[in-house]
Design a protein around this ligand. Structure first.
Ligand code: SAH
Length: 391
């Protein structure tokens, strides 16, 4: 089938030749008024030579590239791409008796820009960040059924928060059905996941490896887990015999999720929850903690908010560094894409200077392998963290 095309200015083909998967609106010089949001288009250079194919959208990122070959973007295309994505997660051993929570598709990192798919013990939750992906949702659902076979019980489409308002999208099951909350397992710990009522797709899968690492340090320790959401870090710490865990979040709903998750696992250690603003609470801690976890939401979603975000990270980290027990550990994170790992490390160092304490970096943390970074799209790197020891 013939597809519409867009032509880009001389010189603007360079990033596509390096396989970067975005075309910005300013690069396009051809008429686009007859192209609809979500249409598959061919991208051509100024002489009309084919460069790539992708989903068009009337937005700053005008085309998200799906293929650098002139292939048809139909069922077969999605079958192949999703099979590849599932295969990677199987090779990583993420579906096993101890774990059935993982990300199946991480947008550009799986060569499917605009598409996030998370897997929770038999249920795939799809979150589309582009109209083209949303219009392809039936292809995607069928491709998931083919790739996962009997491992897949249901597919839930949840894009009402991530698509532009002009698109009508209902959050609903598009294959099978599943009651929520739904029990799923991460590294041997059970969580009740609710993608219908919860934030994002229901759980922050990207911290799996870092929670596991916290578990390794937790035996007999007193831990404060701030920005806990559904208690991911708290539960791994309790599972590895932390003596006391305090979970803090400003959202009452999040704390309810944490409490429910703690109660379904039979842990020996003590647990208490706190509904509070973390920045306020951290000003004066009521306990001597061995370990503090700082995992705030993205303080900067855009470059122009970066400066303010850094001040926020610095303040938060300085509070923790100033008050933690001598020899204590801080697990500190940033998921702001515009704050890179060097800037984040320097910000934590600045916080240590302000708090006037000696700090050593023990571990440098990042997003896990089921959130891969396309080497030609460095913007895909977003989660970074440090484990620091305060002398
Ligand atoms: N660490 C979590 C994920 C954190 S998501 C996990 O492992 O699953 C960020 C959380 O920060 C959300 O639950 C949100 O409700 C909470 N939050 C946002 N602003 C906050 C604030 N000022 N104080 C405390 N919690 C906050």
């Amino acid at each position: 089938m013939s597809v519409k095309s867009v032509q880009i200015r001389k010189g603007k083909e360079q990033s596509l030749l390096r396989k970067h998967p975005w075309v910005f609106s300013g690069a396009i010089f051809s008429e686009i008024s007859d192209i609809e949001d979500g249409d598959v288009v061919s991208v051509e250079d100024f002489k009309g030579r084919f460069l790539a194919k992708g989903h068009f959208q009337h937005a700053t990122i005008s085309v998200r590239i799906l293929s650098f070959e002139d292939s048809e973007i139909y069922q077969e295309f999605f079958n192949k791409a999703i099979k590849n994505a599932v295969q990677l997660r199987m090779n990583l051993g993420l579906l096993n008796p101890n774990n059935n929570i993982f990300r199946i598709c991480h947008g550009e990192g799986d060569h499917l820009p605009g598409l996030i798919i998370d897997f929770y013990n038999g249920v795939a939750v799809i979150q589309c960040h582009s109209i083209g992906m949303f219009r392809s949702i039936d292809f995607i659902s069928k491709a998931l059924q083919e790739a996962l076979g009997s491992n897949l019980k249901a597919v839930y489409s949840k894009s009402s928060d991530t698509l532009p308002e002009r698109i009508e999208s209902k959050d609903e099951y598009i294959f099978g059905n599943c009651e929520t909350p739904h029990l799923a397992t991460e590294n041997g710990v059970q969580y009740q996941i609710d993608w219908v009522k919860g934030q994002k797709t229901g759980f922050f899968i990207d911290q799996r490896d870092n929670r596991n690492l916290l578990g390794k340090y937790s035996f007999g320790k007193k831990i404060l887990n701030t920005f806990c959401y559904s208690g991911g870090f708290s539960l791994q710490a309790l599972n590895q015999n932390a003596s006391l865990v305090h979970s803090l979040d400003s959202s009452k709903k999040a704390i309810e999720l944490t409490d429910a998750n703690v109660s379904i696992n039979k842990f020996k250690g003590q647990h208490a929850s706190i509904v509070a603003d973390a920045m306020e609470y951290m000003k004066e801690l009521k306990e001597d903690y061995d370990i503090i976890v700082l995992d705030p939401p993205a303080f900067a979603k855009h470059r122009d908010k970066r400066h303010k975000a850094i001040q926020g990270y610095k303040r938060l980290n300085a509070h923790a560094i100033r008050q933690i027990k001598s020899g204590g550990l801080i697990f500190t994170f940033s998921c702001s894409q515009v704050v890179d790992k060097y800037l984040f490390t320097n910000t934590v160092i600045a916080a240590a200077i302000e708090a006037r304490r000696n700090v050593r970096i023990l571990e440098q943390l990042h997003q896990p392998a089921d959130h891969p970074i396309n080497a030609f799209h460095p913007e895909g790197e977003y989660l970074k963290g440090l484990v620091i020891q305060v002398d």
